[in-house]
Design a protein around this ligand. Structure first.
Ligand code: ATP
Ligand code: MG
Length: 577
């Protein structure tokens, strides 16, 4: 006999959702605070959270959306062990590289294991003796599982925790074109996952390939609380991490008539002072930074005065570099605040930002204390060793694709797609026999969705002063019935009837049958954020109406008792993802 179980409904008197009256002191972000207050999560230890029934319902909905998109794109779900033999991580070379974020432990035999922070090694090991021929490819496998990372700073609740739920997927192809197709399909699916979860996200290019196409994209949920700083273009859809965006910015020519002239600038060691002294905007000056590259080379890097040297780009060029200390400056024969491209001491490499390439009259330090040059011209007054992309892009800079001004925003990385290529298959010997009879490493892609982070990002985007405002698609319940006199007729009877009608219509409904004051019920239901509320009051029922409240807009309307279930069901069905 089948077990009769109704998972679509719940009475609040039975619901395990302990709410908090006060804001928890440790929660900085709205999402963290609200999920704690509304009784969705509880902290177990630093970076470890229990998902209580309401959160678990929402998480399962996010997972269902992810599964639907993955299966629709031809991926197959499986489940790998969370524990991974550390030997596999040695094979791939990540055992050392991953550092202290990797949770390591020994079993009773003294064999080392790790708790998987991600599963490239395990999946590569799994397929390496099975996917032996090009005829078996492509294959795309995924799982939804708890992941472990001993984050240096676990914070913001589910945003950055030490145990979290991730969907991780891996594709195996025989050719680069195959990988591209697998990757593109995942990228499209990821965009739909965000949309269906009610998350406004931008696909941000994290890495550009050699032929200009992207090889990694992060989906960034826009939110002020986000850790990533982004620039994007409303006109053409370009979006990038400000660390990764490259663009040429407009610069102003410096002071003077074009001939190289030395000016006395006593004590003017900052861009602000120099710009004011010469009556220039800051981008009419040139900012010079002295650094030591990883290989010991001394470098002067010059950028437009109104921009900063980008650390990530500088690391690409110079390896693990550092800015020169006062002592190192002295040894190099350079003077803080007065460094420039003309007359650099021998042995110093000059690298200048691309944006300055066409500029012929620079106002810059003169490599002499209290002096600047005006009219310094590359090629005539000094030689540039290398032109490179050096600056951090800021809002207002021109879009590298269409030239219109970029906007700035902050973002939460909810998911990422990545072309791995043969990094793991080569290291771990996962090869297949190609059509031409040659043995080649499998070409891989990896794809991750932060399921629990998606939940918290959704709350970060959808809340107000009263609480959470769930998108219908991932709401723990779609409708709340709120009888204000749950013990009295006709209120009690009507509430029961509506409950039955909605449940029969397949609407996920919670009934607030608690014997509480109306104010308490309104506050709790708003806090928990159910998308629609049906409020049953004595006076309304006398007229044969109930109140239907839309949590997102706050709009309330009177609806006849016999129409409300059908009306709410239609609203919910239209809004489901
Ligand atoms: P971050 O840069 O935020 O640390 P990541 O780039 O290291 O994340 P990935 O390895 O790309 O993370 O993992 C895939 C997804 O897993 C991320 O896009 C994110 O949504 C989620 N995720 C990663 N780390 C955490 C964490 N500590 N807590 C919750 N979710 C996480
Ligand atoms: Mg990532």
């Amino acid at each position: 006999m089948a077990i009769k179980k109704n998972t679509a409904s719940m009475r609040m008197t039975s619901l395990y959702a302990p709410t908090l009256k006060e804001d928890p002191a440790e929660a900085e972000l709205a999402s963290h605070r609200l999920l704690l207050r509304a009784g969705f999560i509880r902290k177990q230890a630093s970076g470890l959270y229990s998902y209580l029934p309401l959160a678990w319902r929402s998480l399962k909905k996010i997972e269902a959306i992810v599964r639907d998109e993955m299966d629709g794109a031809g991926a197959q779900e499986l489940m790998l062990p969370i524990m991974v033999d550390a030997e596999l991580w040695r094979e791939s070379g990540r055992h050392d590289a991953y550092g202290p974020e990797l949770m390591r432990f020994d079993d009773r035999h003294g064999r080392e294991f790790v708790l998987g922070p991600t599963h490239e090694e395990t999946i590569t090991d799994l397929v390496k003796n099975e996917l032996k021929s090009y005829k078996q490819l492509p294959v795309n496998l995924y799982q939804i599982q708890s992941k472990f990372r001993d984050e240096i700073r676990p914070r913001f609740g589910l945003m950055r925790s030490r145990e979290f739920i991730m969907k991780d997927g891996y594709s195996f192809d025989a050719t680069q074109e195959g990988l591209q197709a697998s990757y593109d399909a995942m990228k499209d699916a990821y965009a739909r996952i965000c949309e269906r979860c009610g998350i406004h996200a931008l696909p941000v290019v994290a890495d550009s390939g050699q032929i200009g196409g992207d090889t990694s994209v992060e989906f960034m949920a826009l939110a002020d609380a986000g850790e990533a700083s982004l620039v994007y273009c409303d006109a053409c859809g370009f979006a990038a991490d400000d660390e990764a965006a490259s663009t040429r910015v407009p610069v102003t020519e410096g002071a003077g008539a074009g001939a190289l002239e030395k000016a006395h600038t006593p004590g003017m060691g900052t861009i602000e002072q120099v710009a004011a002294f010469f009556g220039l905007p800051e981008n009419g000056t040139r900012k010079s930074l002295a650094l030591v590259a990883e290989d010991g080379t001394r470098v002067v890097a010059i950028v437009p005065g109104d921009h900063e040297l980008n650390d990530v780009k500088a690391e690409h060029l110079f390896g693990e570099y550092h800015l020169m200390s006062d002592e190192e400056l002295e040894q190099a024969g350079l003077h803080k605040g007065f460094i420039g491209p003309v007359g650099l001491p021998a042995g110093i490499r000059l690298v200048c930002d691309e944006s300055l390439r066409e500029s012929t009259s620079w106002t810059c330090g003169a490599n002499e204390v209290d002096y600047h040059f005006t009219g310094a011209c590359p090629g005539r007054d000094f030689e540039v060793d290398e032109w490179a992309d050096l600056i951090t892009v800021v809002a207002g800079d021109p879009c590298p694709h269409c030239g219109r001004p970029l906007a700035g925003a902050r973002g939460i990385e909810v998911s990422q797609v990545f072309q791995l290529g043969t990094k793991y298959s080569e290291a771990m010997g996962a090869t297949f026999m190609d059509e031409d009879g040659r043995e080649k490493p499998l070409i891989m892609g990896c794809y991750g969705v932060g399921i629990s982070r998606t939940l918290t990002a959704a709350v970060e985007q959808h809340n107000d002063e009263h609480g959470i405002v769930w998108p219908v698609s991932i709401a723990p319940f779609e409708v709340a019935i709120i009888p204000l006199d749950p013990k009295k007729e006709p209120c009690a009877g009507v509430a029961e009837r509506l409950f039955d009608e909605l449940v029969a219509a397949g609407i996920e409904t919670v009934m607030d049958d608690r014997d509480e004051r109306p104010g308490v019920k309104f506050a709790d239901n708003d806090l928990m954020g159910f998308p629609y509320q049906i409020i049953l009051g004595r006076r309304g029922l006398e007229r044969g109406v109930v109140e239907l409240k839309d949590r997102a807009t706050g709009e309330r309307e009177d609806v006849p008792v016999e129409e409300v279930a059908a009306k709410v069901a239609a609203l919910v069905e239209a809004a489901r993802a």
